[in-house]
Every structure is written in structure tokens, then in C-alpha cells.
Design a protein around this ligand. Structure first.
Ligand code: ADP
Ligand code: 5SP
Length: 479
């Protein structure tokens, strides 16, 4: 037996690059065991992963947790948002999942916006103007490019739905993740039948919606899993909504997450509807809202620049006059799905460290540009930015965010906030508590606050200038 005080729960984060599992003591929030296993994502034109890999990674991560996982009384899964998982009549993937950062559905996104009410109509109905990340655009892409895959599809799931269903045997989802599909109406909190009919998706293929605080099911018997049959399974949610739970976020506190995606968000009690499309009007996992902006190029893009330069990711040097727009994967914020990276201002005396700093600056500039837009009028605009995700561990990321935001930055000591949020959701099932209150009781946001420094207005203006001058270059692809 573990030395835990309370019952144990398992929280899972199945994000783009890996699946992580934490075994957490409900009484104290102590992480008593953890595991992690990687996924592969296709390169080239699209971004795809085999969902069966996520399951194998989950089983491996749980194995690494050892005996503690056997004692868990409840489990919950937080997962990368938007991915289109198509299953056949036997529950097997028809094809690899199309991921959130696959921009091939940009033409379908544009068409759907025009055909179904324009940006304002979409924002009012669903809370968001669908970017190519949104599941509905991927379904439309599949209909056009692989109609045979569509015909073979008997169930449509999001990544967290897929794993939850493999745990329970039942197709379920939640409002947080459903709000990133484009076929969930935030105005009515129900599947949007007009959109579904328009894209030829039978609502019977979609999972049942589990309400906040409800049980999704119980773990079915499986030799692969450490859980006892009957272990409770919570609704789960998208990874950003899970991290909001994991931080015990109160309305108005801004979060900057630096992972494969960069995201900036806050919880709000008001339903967002931004017709410019910069802010996605997601639901959170509790009953509030999660206005959020997302970039496609964050830690991987900066790490790629460091690798090209042959330097460590921390080897930045100040004084750069170079501008690097690190749009290696196309971009979502700003909405430039066909863009590639752009470098401007190179001189004989530019150093590798300055070039690397320019990549950090470009990535952070894109995120901070959306910060004011995700905050509603009640937000405290001087409160520290909570910095999370793998990149938050890096000094160069921390310093770049401080310099370009001019705000204090708080770096929680807890590392896996998505998995902790899922654990808090599972704990809430057992204790009847609000999961965000569970996380606050666990003090998951505790960590050093780095003081504000003067905002580097010159760098922000230089990057904005290059972004605007490079307009036509960024609109077109590299072919
Ligand atoms: N010490 C560190 N300093 C800077 N970046 C880091 C550090 N450790 C991990 N990372 C970055 O974190 C990223 C993974 O972050 P994570 O939030 O786990 O990703 P995801 O949830 O998208 O799978 C990697 O791409 C890596 O660049
Ligand atoms: O598309 C979004 C949010 O809208 C991304 O934030 C994905 O949810 C992937 O997250 P990570 O794997 O980068 O955590």
C-alpha cells in the first residue's frame, strides 16, 4: 500500500507528444506515482497519429505508476483538443486521427464559414469561428479527400473520448472538448443539428454528453489495465480545460501555456463570441467558459530553430534586431494556415544566440497579441501570468514572456497541470467537491512569482511591423 492519506485517483494527459499519468492522493494532492510514454506524429503535409498508440502509451504510463495505480478509486482523461478520430463498427480506427495542428482543412474551414452564416453567425452559434484545427473542418476535408473512410465510419470521437471509451466501453464526451468541434452550439449547449446536417454527419455517430460532475462510466475488465473493474471514470475534457481545472483557476486569471501549441486563456463567466476568430469561445469543464487563443508554433518551432543553429535551447543572446516569425507549421494566431517561417533583419554581426532569441520573441509575440482579447472586463490586467506547459521550465521562455508582457510571471512548481486537472476531476467524483476547488485545496498553482520588468515595446513594434509588411508572403504556401 502507498503511504497516502486519502483515496487515490489517476489523472491522464494525452497531449500531442506524449501521454502522462499521475496517481494523486485526494486528501493532500501529493503525486504518489507518475508515468509517461511518447507518441509519434506524422510529418509532411499533414499531422496524424494512430489513436491505438495513445492507448498503448496510456497502458505504458500506467505500468510505470506501479502498484499505486491498482489502488485508484477513480480516473479521468484530459486530451489534446479537436483531433478527428473515426472508428469503424468494431471500434477500430478507420484511419489515423487528424490532429489539431493539421492545416490541410484550411479551404474547408473558409468554405464552411461562408456557407453557414459567416464569422458573426458562427461566433454567435458555436462561440468560435472555425479555424482548420476545428474537428468539423477535418470531417469536411475527409468527405472531400477520402469518402471511403467516411463511409466506413460508425463513430466519431475526440482524442479524450477515444481513451475514455476504451476504459468504459461507452462513447462519451464533455462540454469542454465538444466546444472545440464546431458542431456543438455554445448558445444552446447541444449538438448543432444544422451544422451536422450541412457536413453530412449523423448525430448518432457522436458520443453522449456527460455533464460536469457526472460519472462517464466504470472501468471494464481488461488485462492491460491496473484498475479494478468498477473503478469510476470521470467525464474527462480537453487539455486546456483540464489545465484550467488543474490550476483551480478563478475567472480573470490569465494563463500562458507553452507546449506543442502555445495557448493563452482565462476562465470567464460570460459566453465568448469573437467574430474575428482570434479567440475561440470554448466551454470549460465546470459550467463556465474558456476564451482561448492558440498558436501552432511554440516549443517545437523554437527547438527546431535551436537545432538548425546547433545550439542549446537556452543559448539565447540579447540585443537582437532580427525578426523571426516561426510559422513552421502554418499558423492559427494570426490566421495564416499556409504561412512558413520568415526571417528579417539579418546582418554580418548577428549571432546564433540572437537568432534563437528572435525565434522565442516571435512565438511569444503571437501569443501575447491575443492576451487582452481573452480577458474580459472583470480581469485584473496586472495579475501575474501563470506560465505552464513543458516550455515553462525553460529560463529563456520565462525571460522572454516577462520582457514582452511587462507583467509578473508565476511558474507553478507542479509540472503536469493537465494531468492534475484530470485527477482533480476524478477526485471531485469521489468527494462531491468542485474539481477547481480540489486543485486550490491541493495548492497546485503554488510557485515563484518573477517580478515584472519593463515591457520591450521596441521589439513588439518591430515584430508587428514585419508581420504586417510580410502579409502577401505569409498568405501563400511554399509550393
Ligand atoms: N526544461 C525545458 N526548457 C524548455 N522547454 C522544455 C523543457 N522541457 C520540455 N520543454 C519543451 O516542452 C515541450 C513539451 O511540452 P508539453 O507541454 O509536455 O507538450 P504537449 O502537451 O504539447 O505534448 C517540448 O517540445 C520541449 O520543447
Ligand atoms: O488546439 C489546441 C487548442 O485549441 C491545442 O492546445 C491542443 O489542445 C493541443 O495541445 P498540446 O498538445 O499542445 O497541449
Amino acid at each position: 500500500m502507498s503511504a497516502a492519506e486519502g483515496p487515490l485517483v489517476v489523472g491522464v494527459d494525452t497531449s500531442t507528444q506524449s501521454t502522462k499519468a499521475l496517481v494523486v492522493d485526494v486528501a493532500t494532492g501529493q503525486v504518489v506515482a507518475s508515468g509517461q510514454a511518447p507518441h509519434t506524429v506524422s510529418s509532411g503535409a499533414g499531422r496524424e497519429s494512430d489513436p491505438r498508440q495513445w492507448w498503448d502509451a496510456l497502458c505504458e504510463a500506467l505500468r510505470q505508476c506501479g502498484s499505486a495505480a491498482h489502488e485508484a478509486a477513480a480516473v479521468s482523461v484530459g486530451g489534446q483538443q479537436h483531433g478527428l478520430v473515426t472508428l469503424d463498427a468494431h471500434g477500430e480506427p478507420v484511419r489515423p486521427a487528424l490532429l489539431w495542428n493539421d492545416v490541410r482543412s484550411a479551404p474547408q474551414a473558409r468554405r464552411l464559414i461562408e456557407e453557414l452564416g459567416g464569422p458573426k453567425g458562427w461566433a454567435e452559434r458555436t462561440g468560435s469561428v472555425p479555424a482548420p484545427s476545428f474537428t468539423v473542418t477535418k470531417w469536411a476535408w475527409l468527405a472531400e479527400h477520402e469518402p471511403e473512410a467516411l463511409r466506413a465510419t460508425a463513430a466519431v470521437r475526440l482524442p479524450h473520448d477515444y481513451l475514455t471509451e476504451r476504459l468504459t466501453g461507452e462513447g462519451t464526451t464533455d462540454r469542454g472538448d465538444a466546444s472545440g468541434t464546431g458542431w456543438w452550439a455554445s448558445a444552446t449547449e447541444a449538438y448543432d443539428e444544422e451544422t451536422l446536417a450541412h457536413v453530412g454527419l449523423d448525430p448518432a455517430l457522436l458520443p453522449r454528453m456527460v455533464r460536469p460532475g457526472e460519472v462517464a462510466g466504470t472501468v471494464r475488465a481488461s488485462d492491460e489495465l491496473p484498475f479494478s473493474p468498477g473503478t469510476l471514470v470521470a467525464a474527462g475534457t480537453g487539455d486546456n480545460a483540464a489545465a484550467a481545472l488543474g490550476l483551480g483557476l478563478l475567472p480573470g486569471t490569465p494563463v500562458l501555456s507553452l507546449g506543442t501549441s502555445g495557448t493563452v486563456y482565462a476562465v470567464s463567466t460570460r459566453r465568448p463570441a469573437d467574430p474575428t476568430g482570434t479567440v475561440a469561445g470554448f466551454a470549460d469543464a465546470r459550467g463556465d467558459w474558456l476564451p482561448l487563443a492558440c498558436t501552432l508554433n511554440c516549443t517545437l518551432a523554437v527547438d527546431r530553430v535551436a537545432a538548425l543553429l546547433g545550439v542549446d535551447r537556452e543559448a539565447v543572446e540579447p540585443g537582437t534586431s532580427v525578426t523571426l516569425l516561426p510559422f513552421l507549421d502554418g499558423e492559427r494566431t494570426p490566421d495564416l494556415p499556409h504561412a512558413s517561417g520568415v526571417l528579417h533583419g539579418l546582418r554580418h554581426d548577428t549571432t546564433r544566440g540572437q537568432l534563437l532569441q528572435a525565434a522565442y520573441d516571435g512565438a511569444v509575440h503571437a501569443l501575447l497579441g491575443a492576451l487582452d482579447l481573452v480577458l474580459d472586463e472583470d480581469a485584473d490586467r496586472t495579475a501575474p501570468l501563470l506560465l505552464i506547459g513543458g516550455g515553462a521550465r525553460g529560463t529563456a521562455w520565462q525571460e522572454t514572456v516577462r520582457r514582452l508582457s511587462g507583467r509578473p510571471v508565476q511558474v507553478p512548481e507542479a509540472r503536469e497541470l493537465v494531468a492534475l486537472g484530470a485527477a482533480a476531476q476524478a477526485a471531485g467524483l469521489l468527494t462531491g467537491e468542485d474539481p477547481a476547488a480540489v486543485a486550490r485545496r491541493w495548492e497546485t498553482a503554488r510557485g515563484p512569482v518573477l517580478d515584472a520588468v519593463e515591457r520591450d515595446e521596441a521589439a513588439l513594434a518591430r515584430i508587428s511591423g514585419v508581420l504586417s509588411d510580410a502579409g502577401p508572403l505569409l498568405e501563400r504556401g511554399t509550393d
